[in-house]
Design a protein around this ligand. Structure first.
Ligand code: 9YT
Length: 134
């Protein structure tokens, strides 16, 4: 069994701060754990408004706290996000995420992240990013 604690993980390389200033994420479970998915607790900072397109990954995002919206670019639909909302990018949907208030999200990625991923110009994560090992 694997047991980890968010406060402890925040003090390690599991915590990644996005260079674009929109979010930070602590990756509690990664590819090296060999579970077939990764699990992250992500903070989207208040006022963040940015586009993503996970061409290489499927992602589920559950809102624990905060308030915002997600917009799918293909059809222009906007969905409010509140605690209890989950959005599931089952079609590698290109989307915009907006945080009206700081949001705390639990995120699952398949395939799992390696650890150091941040978004490329298209808002995707590369499949072969660096891991967190020393
Ligand atoms: C909600 C979302 O997609 N945020 C991007 C960060 C991602 N969850 C990560 O890198 O951990």
């Amino acid at each position: 069994m694997i047991v980890r604690n968010l406060s402890d993980a925040n003090q390690t390389k599991r915590r990644i701060v996005s260079p674009d200033g929109n979010w930070e994420s602590t990756r509690l479970l990664l590819k090296e754990d060999q579970m077939g998915f990764s699990f992250h607790i992500t903070t989207i900072y208040e006022g963040a408004d940015f586009q993503m397109h996970y061409q290489n990954h499927l992602e589920s995002v559950y809102c624990i706290a905060g308030e915002g919206e997600v917009e799918t670019l293909a059809d222009g639909k906007k969905y409010p996000i509140n605690p209890g909302t989950v959005y599931i990018l089952d079609k590698h949907d290109k989307h915009i995420l907006r945080a009206h208030k700081e949001m705390t999200m639990a995120c699952v990625f398949n395939p799992p992240l390696n650890g150091k991923e941040t978004h490329n110009a298209e808002g995707a994560y590369a499949l072969e990013a660096e891991g967190i090992a020393e």
